[in-house]
Design a protein around this ligand. Structure first.
Ligand code: NAD
Length: 367
């Protein structure tokens, strides 16, 4: 059956990195029995420029009709002084909310060839393979009340609210336990239960789900400040880490640096399975729109290509094809072909386009 992929290139380096993933989709279309139909949609700054909103209704409609979405990135200096509702990030947060994409899967895997690209010692990161599961629809990002107001004395006050209900915690906990079950059977839930009541409830709910439904998964809990330290001290102690929206935002970027570059890391954001079996899913690199290198054809497209591999694996059940994409990436890295962000002195330095082509070449050999 033909799968419908919605492509949202977005801003900055978005079109450049999604452009390389498109070549891979086209390759499977032309050379295998896996068939894909692609459509393009606007989101973020470019959507604001073209249609006056960072979050067009048409994009939501197209997203709902698709089997999965591949997004580049949104944002950039140009839109930073706009009112909050018009900023590119509202588009991204909006689509996550609209499709109820509550589970963000962020693998941090160190390819052997890149173990020296990390700022940490090789022995600390070599063969690292952790999965951070970040809740995406609650927490400080969406909690009410939220405001910045001017007080009677003329000073300004900002308010954001950390909120979760137990049902939201239960569903993200189950996603994490399910992943832990098929990985190393270890789950570490992150909170700040010593000082933030919301996260005390989080800890209680996760513990209860673990005891009742997943007795075979070893559950531990860690305060977020300790977790940030442990991630750089001894990251291999972790298998699956479960976090709320705010803590996950920060910890997953820390985890990303263990791997050497933001340009290497894919992610998936999954919704709930509906009764008809459909599950909304958005795949995107974890990096932003990198305005500093946009338009120069030097961005690393690997995170986006690996996001496509995750789409194949989780949305379409094409595990063999996902394996092939990942193996092609690994082969290219073993040949020391690198974009600037991961290059070492001896590397063959390539552009974004050339990296896409090198991966495609390896993929061709695998058929
Ligand atoms: P960023 O991830 O865009 O860039 C951080 C640094 O990493 C930059 O030096 C950049 O050049 C580099 N980098 C990022 N991706 C790279 C790649 N594929 N190849 C090589 N180098 C890469 O983060 P930022 O600079 O904090 O944010 C820039 C804009 O992106 C902001 O407007 C921000 O709001 C937005 N943003 C969007 C998303 C998203 O769309 N999911 C995520 C984070 C930030």
């Amino acid at each position: 059956m033909t799968k419908k992929i919605l492509l949202i290139e977005g801003d900055g380096i978005g079109p450049e990195v999604v452009g390389q993933a498109k070549k891979i989709i086209q390759f499977f279309n032309e050379n295998t029995d896996k068939k894909f139909e692609t459509e393009n949609a606007l989101l973020g700054g470019i959507a604001y420029d073209k249609v006056g909103t960072p979050f067009p209704k048409e994009t939501v409609e197209l997203a709902k009709q698709s089997d999965a979405i591949l997004l580049g990135a949104v944002g950039g200096l140009k839109w930073e002084s706009l009112p909050y509702k018009d900023r590119p990030e509202r588009g991204l947060l909006g689509i996550r909310k609209e499709l109820e994409l509550f589970a963000n899967l962020r693998p941090a895997k160190v390819f052997s060839a890149l173990a020296d690209a990390s700022t940490l010692k090789r022995e600390v990161v070599e063969n690292l393979d952790i999965m951070i599961v970040r809740e995406l629809t609650g927490d400080l990002y969406f909690g009410e009340p939220r405001s910045v107001t001017t007080l009677p004395d003329g000073s300004r006050q900002g308010i954001n609210t950390m909120t979760y209900n137990s049902k939201e915690v239960e569903r993200i906990a189950r996603v994490s336990f399910d992943l832990a079950k098929i990985r190393g059977k270890k789950l570490c839930s992150i909170d700040k239960a010593n000082v933030i009541e919301t996260t005390e409830m989080w800890r209680e709910v996760v513990t209860e789900i673990g005891q009742k439904e997943y007795p075979d998964v070893a559950l531990s809990h860690m305060y977020v400040d300790n977790a940030s330290m442990q991630l750089v001290r001894n990251p291999k102690q972790f298998d699956v880490m479960l976090t709320g929206n705010m803590f996950g935002d920060i910890l997953s970027d820390t985890a990303s640096m263990l791997t050497g570059s933001l340009g290497m890391l894919p992610s998936a954001s999954l919704g709930a399975k509906q009764p008809n079996g459909k599950q909304f899913a958005l795949y995107e690199p974890i990096h932003g729109s990198a305005p500093d290198i946009a338009g120069k054809d030097i961005a690393n497209p690997i995170a986006t290509i690996l996001s496509l591999a995750m789409m194949f694996r989780y949305s379409f059940g094409y595990a063999a094809e996902a394996d092939k994409i990942e193996a092609a990436v690994e082969k290219v890295l073993e040949k020391n072909i690198r974009t600037a962000d991961i290059a070492i002195a001896s590397s063959t330095r390539v552009s974004c386009t050339q990296m896409g082509e090198a991966i495609l070449e390896e993929l061709k050999k695998s058929l």
